[in-house]
Design a protein around this ligand. Structure first.
Ligand SMILES: Nc1ncnc2c1ncn2[C@@H]1O[C@H](COP(=O)(O)OP(=O)(O)OP(=O)(O)O)[C@@H](O)[C@H]1O
Ligand SMILES: [Mg+2]
Length: 406
């Protein structure tokens, strides 16, 4: 094998390793800055470039570039000189041109004077011989630059430029995905705050209009009874009956509110029974039928897991009743002994586009189902499509304790 062939093979294996590392970082990225840093580090450590950095356009039109991540600068003063050139008013440096213009800028030989490399003297002193500045862009709109320096002239041949342009594209896409995810998380957070505020408002209104009014009437009746007693007059039985009835009403109203907040029967009955009772109660109230299919084998669940399971199930069932227009709703409880409990709510209703709904959530229920399941180390799978019904499947780990029932 001749020298050229060997070198080509060596370059290929380097390129493959670099691509694998960058792809892994893209797949695992949770944080934008960490992703940028990982790309710079991979390009220096696995790609063999001397210095890599990423800058974002500070804001549209002002021409300034903000440093976001860097790896391998020969020294801090050189890095500062390169970034300063990007931000100097009348200086068309390579990085700035790529960032503003949306086209790669390639400087093949830094020993030749070039307007685009005001830092060329310092680069040469540090043994840097060529550089490329690639734009980062989304939908054809540049928002930053990805710049690399090499220690040989002409280090960026056609193949390398194509590969790096592809990496810059992947990086821009990765950034876009992370931002969309962050925006979605923010939207869910906003919805949750709104829902909490609304729930607090509902609670306050129901306490004020319900139990508040009843207690008010009770107080007036008691005052009347006290006046009678103070004057040694008999308190009529009708008045006492009325007071007892009002006290009973107040108690019922308080129970209704607390029941909505946390179903009290969960403490008394096993999960299977709680679900059975809830299904028959809500079916009666909604005037339809809900089929409950349950394994009868015993299982144990920790209290907080039981509560989260029930609340997730209640939301899935409420969605089926509110949104599906289904002719058939089935609730399934399966026990995989020593392993997991599976709880599913299936309907044959109108279904919905899950992707669209998760991207632009209109309510909180579905994300709460997922969060509740994840919060107890379980999973929730929501499958649906327009016209094809909906399946919500929650699976949670069973308790290891040998308790006979939940
Ligand atoms: N079983 C279902 N059948 C048809 N559409 C459904 C079903 N479950 C959910 N959806 C659709 O998904 C949307 C989001 O549901 P989600 O439970 O997150 O919010 P919501 O029920 O609208 O409001 P919230 O639960 O906050 O009171 C619903 O508005 C509805 O369009
Ligand atoms: Mg809902």
């Amino acid at each position: 094998m001749d020298q050229d062939c060997l070198q080509a093979l060596y370059r290929l294996s380097h390129t493959q390793a670099l691509l694998a590392l960058c792809n892994r970082s893209l797949a695992r990225a949770l944080d934008e800055r960490a992703l940028l840093q990982a790309f710079c580090t991979h390009l220096v450590e696995a790609g063999g470039y001397c210095f890599a950095w990423v800058g974002y356009a500070a804001h549209r039109g002002c021409g300034r570039v903000r440093l976001m991540a860097q790896a391998g600068p020969p020294d801090a003063a050189f890095a500062a000189e390169v970034f300063a050139a990007c931000n100097a008013r009348d200086c068309p440096s390579a990085c700035r041109v790529a960032c503003m213009g949306g086209q790669p800028v390639l400087l093949r030989d830094l020993s030749r004077p070039c307007d685009l490399a005001p830092w060329a003297d310092a680069a040469r002193r540090h043994g840097l011989r060529s550089m490329i500045a690639l734009p980062l862009q989304v939908n054809g709109r540049p928002f930053g630059t990805f710049s690399l320096f090499a220690d040989t002239p002409d280090a960026f041949d056609g193949q390398a430029v194509a590969l790096l342009a592809e990496l810059a594209e992947d990086l821009a896409l990765g950034i876009q995905t992370l931002r969309a995810r962050a925006a979605q998380a923010q939207e869910v957070c906003r919805l949750r705050i709104d829902a909490e505020r609304e729930a607090r408002g509902r609670l306050a209104a129901s306490l004020h209009d319900g139990v508040g009014q009843t207690l008010q009437a009770l107080t007036l009746g008691l005052k009347q009874a006290r006046e009678l007693a103070r004057h040694q007059d008999p308190v009529p039985v009708e008045l006492l009956d009325q007071l007892v009835a009002e006290a009973g009403d107040a108690l019922r109203q308080v129970r209704a509110v607390t029941c909505e907040l946390r179903p009290p029967f969960l403490d008394r009955v096993p999960l299977r029974e709680a679900i059975r009772l809830y299904c028959s109660d809500i079916a009666q109230r909604a005037g339809g039928s809900i089929r409950f299919q349950a394994d009868e084998s015993p299982f144990a669940l920790e209290d907080h897991v039981k509560e989260q399971c029930f609340l997730a199930f209640r939301e899935a069932l409420s969605n089926a009743l509110r949104h599906a227009g289904a002719s058939r709703i089935v609730v399934v409880l399966r026990v995989r002994p020593q392993d997991r409990l599976i709880l599913a709510v299936l309907d044959d209703g109108v279904g919905f586009d899950t992707r669209q709904t998760f991207e632009r959530p209109s309510g909180l229920g579905l994300s709460m189902i997922r969060e509740r399941a994840q919060g107890v180390l379980g999973r929730a799978r929501i499958r649906s499509a327009p016209g094809r019904g909906t399946q919500v499947r929650i699976s949670v780990p069973l308790s290891r304790e040998p308790a006979p029932c939940p």
